[in-house]
Design a protein around this ligand. Structure first.
Ligand code: RUB
Length: 327
């Protein structure tokens, strides 16, 4: 009986780790919510009698979850916001309770944030707009859907988003909602840019100096939008802002190797070739017109202010114990 419960808690984590690794759970917001929920479920089904052991186990599973997608700070923030404060508690029951409450708060807060972003962002879309989006961002798509329902969007251009083709998911999502959509290959972005009124994308991480890290190709789209004077808006919940970058930490860009570029069944076709497959890139603040968060529309140059507001940092404080969980 006890063994079954132990297995249950390990299965919760391995199922989520596998889902995030094989991309059946993907997108910065979804992976953060999935990790938070998995930690909460793990804590509820954890068995044992030592509070210290429980904390050590929680740290271990937190690190395992974190290692699945190195670029998205949403994952790190989702985990931290779920675990924060529990190290000060003295008994297992209180740890369980706090994690359950924090996780619920994080997941519900993330949903509400997305809703609020869509309301705020919709107002930034001029009536009759043609909007371009890249990859598959629920924050950006919710905003586009709201703008469409408000009569502001006439057509959405959805990029294919190679190598993984998340653009197919976006296109189907729009079709299911009867939102007019045109699908294009990534290399056609500049060809069509002059037809666009707005570009709306999501973010995996926003740095303290206002750079946005999102699906590979975003920075080229931003460059093209900038050239054609088309405003580029980033729709992102505040848990996608990186506290660590304020203290100098670089953001690791995930590289997925040859898969998606070369046919994994025919590696001999390219014998001797090297492959680079970064799946995210960095858009500098000068190519971003606005970041739409649940707290309001901000200039990318105000990213550090958001980090201070959300994480409560009043000065350089890299050693803050609350954030030491994953180090
Ligand atoms: C998804 C991606 C999305 C952001 C934001 O990449 O780059 O634009 O994660 O998504 P991947 P959301 O498919 O590799 O996870 O707004 O849904 O959080």
């Amino acid at each position: 009986m006890i063994r079954m419960k132990e297995d249950e808690s390990s299965n919760i984590i391995s199922g989520t780790v596998e889902g995030i690794s094989n991309m059946s759970i993907r997108g910065a917001g979804k992976i953060a919510k999935a990790a938070s929920t998995a930690i909460s479920e793990y804590a509820q089904s954890w068995i044992g009698t030592s509070r210290d052991e429980m904390i050590e186990d929680l740290k271990r599973v937190a690190r395992t979850l974190l290692s699945t997608r190195p670029t998205a700070v949403s994952l790190r923030n989702g985990i931290l916001l779920t675990l924060m404060g529990t190290e000060d508690l003295h008994d297992i029951g209180s740890v369980r309770e706090m994690i359950a409450t924090r996780s619920r708060k994080f997941v519900e807060g993330a949903e509400q944030a997305r809703e609020r972003i869509s309301e705020i962002g919709s107002l930034r879309v001029p009536k009759g707009s043609t909007v371009m989006t890249h990859c598959n961002s629920m924050a950006a798509l919710s905003t586009i859907e709201k703008a469409f329902r408000d009569g502001r969007v006439e057509m959405v251009y959805s990029t294919e988003s190679r190598p993984w083709r998340q653009g197919h998911i976006t296109t189907k999502w729009l079709l299911e909602r009867e939102i007019p959509v045109t699908m294009i290959v990534d290399s056609a972005v500049r060809h069509f840019m002059r037809k666009m009124d707005v570009v709306m994308v999501g973010a995996d991480t926003i740095t303290s100096h206002g750079a946005v890290i999102n699906k590979i190709g975003t920075s080229q789209i931003a460059l093209s939008a900038h050239e054609s004077r088309v405003p580029l808006m980033v729709c992102a919940e505040t848990f996608k802002f990186s506290r660590e970058t304020l203290f100098g930490s670089p953001v690791e860009i995930e590289d997925r190797g040859p898969s998606g570029i070369a046919d994994p069944m025919e590696p001999r076709d390219f014998e001797g070739a090297h492959f680079r497959n970064p799946v995210f890139d960095i858009t500098p603040p000068e190519h971003i017109d606005a970041i739409i968060t649940e707290l309001g529309v901000i200039s990318p140059y105000l990213a550090a202010e958001i980090i201070r507001e959300v994480f409560g940092i009043v000065g350089p404080d890299p050693g803050n114990e609350k954030f030491k969980w994953l180090d």
